[in-house]
Design a protein. Structure first.
Length: 332
């Protein structure tokens, strides 16, 4: 007898906030979407990937007794990564609910929707320059093709949210906090009255947040942006409950931020020491991420390695040079 694969797990965080964990096959394997009671309906935070399993999961959510037959009236997308926004267009059309995003994230999503090849050639060239075997680079980049294949078309209009904005949900005001590094302008939502932060992917309970390089402009520094954003979130009150997009809610966000910051500082120090002699990106990958679990995770690891190297070049701690098509890094 064939078992039906679980598509969604729905739970109540409070009487008026629901958490639905959506499951899918590609890493990271699941994502949390949230429903906040919003007057006569619900505001949805994120939409999930665009595949049959997630569509069926939303059917289960809409038929669940926990939403009391009330509609989704607004959709807030935290950032333009496929596991958060790929289904946004379909969900918006199904519910007739307007879409809310930051301007930079919507612009990024629009570029990738119209031309998925925009960054592919740049990314491929930079990954080949790490001295990783070309057949490995071509193989792991197929996971980018998977992400692009599960993206539904975006609505042509959206409501733009900016850093410092106040968003009224139901009768309560929530602060919009834009964070960088993981994505250029990811939305976190903070309720001072509840002491609750929807942290999206900026602060996760266990997994370290993935930091990709900025493929279009090497002068931009996602690692620095990420650390600056963590420092901004660290100023929130110490009793804040963190509700992330992956994993379960947790408290003591300052301790977790300090752990994450220390991890990144240790990685940077290790790279700097390692690059006493010229090193290619492939060598630094083996130092930071010695055993990625799959090709998909290898792609994440190689991209993040490039981001660290760019960060240290921008900080003046490393210098780079090219030899036979390979980019090498050495202490400045």
């Amino acid at each position: 007898m064939q078992m039906t694969k679980k598509r969604v797990s729905i739970s109540a965080l409070t009487e008026d906030i629901l958490r639905a964990e959506l499951y899918f096959s590609a890493p990271p394997g699941s994502v949390n979407v949230f429903l906040i009671r919003d007057g006569a309906g619900w505001l949805a935070i994120d939409a999930g990937v665009s595949d049959d399993g997630t569509l069926a999961a939303w059917d289960e959510i809409f038929s669940s007794e926990t939403i009391h037959g009330l509609p989704v009236t607004r959709i807030l997308i935290t950032h333009a990564h496929y596991d958060h926004m790929a289904l946004a267009g379909s969900l918006s059309r199904r519910t007739q609910a307007p879409l809310m995003m930051s301007g930079r994230e919507y612009a990024l999503a629009s570029v990738l929707e119209k031309n998925p090849e925009t960054y592919k050639d740049i990314k491929q060239a930079q990954l080949l320059a790490t001295d990783m075997a070309s057949e490995t680079v071509f193989r792991i980049l197929k996971h980018d093709d998977v992400r692009e294949a599960v993206t539904s078309s975006l609505p042509r209009e959206m409501i733009q949210l900016g850093d410092g904005d106040t968003l009224k949900i139901g009768s309560e005001n929530w602060d919009v906090i834009l964070t960088g590094g993981h994505s250029p302008a990811q939305i976190c939502l903070h309720s001072p009255d509840r002491g609750l932060l929807f942290s999206a992917d900026q602060i996760l309970r266990k997994l370290p947040t993935f930091i990709p390089p900025e493929w279009s402009d090497r002068l931009l520094d996602p690692v620095e942006d990420f650390l600056d954003s963590l420092a901004k979130l660290r100023t929130l009150p110490p009793n804040t409950l963190v509700v992330p997009s992956h994993g379960k809610p947790f408290s003591d966000h300052r301790t977790r931020i300090d752990e994450i910051t220390s991890l990144h500082q240790a990685r940077c120090a290790a790279i700097h020491e390692f690059c006493e002699q010229p090193r290619a990106g492939k060598d630094v990958l083996a130092l930071l991420f010695p055993a990625p679990a799959s090709d998909a995770w290898l792609l994440f690891a190689l991209e993040e390695t490039v981001a660290y190297l760019e960060h240290l070049v921008n900080k003046g701690l490393l210098r780079d040079f090219w030899r036979s098509g390979i980019r090498f890094f050495v202490r400045a």
